[in-house]
Ligand binder design. Sequence first.
Ligand code: GLY
Length: 258
Amino acid sequence: MINSFTTAIVRLPSPEMVNGLTSANLGRPDYTLALIQHQRYISALETCGLTVKVLEANNRYPDSVFIEDVALCTPACAVITNPGAASRKGETEGMKVVLSAYYQNIEHIQNPGTLEAGDVMMVGSHYYIGLSDRTNRQGADQLIQILRRYGMSGSAVPLKDVLHLKTGVSYLENNSLLVSGEFIDLPEFKKFKRIVVPANEAYAANSLWINGTVLVPEGFPETRANIETAGYTVLEVDLSEFRKLDGGLSCLSLRLPV
Ligand code: GLY
């Protein structure tokens, strides 16, 4: 089963983004350049056939541009998460109203469970859930229970080095995984065809399959070539200002699968 997408939801960057969480050591983001890059990101999603709903910036939450973390969108339901980062918890406010335009079924992750959807990777009707500093066991278990109620499944993957699961691994459909670092030899992922991201290009492990095209961050030529050799059409997107906040291609949107 190959998922496809019709709609994406993004949130404009706030000027406050310069105060976002980061471990990257790449300097302070340039807000003006971030706005330009965000607009190009939206254009790339549209090139892949998506209708993009653009939410206004939320100045109360510096990391709110990374909207992927606050909801999981499945074909059957949306799940509003409970971010593990204290400064991000309020980012879920208003998401129920936004998602109600697309979903009849909206579920919630609740305390003491925490979950950020950057830790959730959809593979058909199965969802891999990274156990990270942001997503705990209770959050993962709650999500697995929700998925089961809708005829889907989930399983937990403990993380060692990365912020979120999809920081280090991306599903490119066709039974293919783009893998880096701790995921290259992970037993759970051995059943997939694996495209290995070299250590010096680890940021590119967060690439994004959308309706047959793979969005790849600009500046990672070996990874780009490996994805093209595997038969995919590639579209590069420059995300330098979001990388400074540990953010990648998937973090900047919710994609609604059908
Ligand atoms: N700056 C993105 C995050 O740490 O969640």
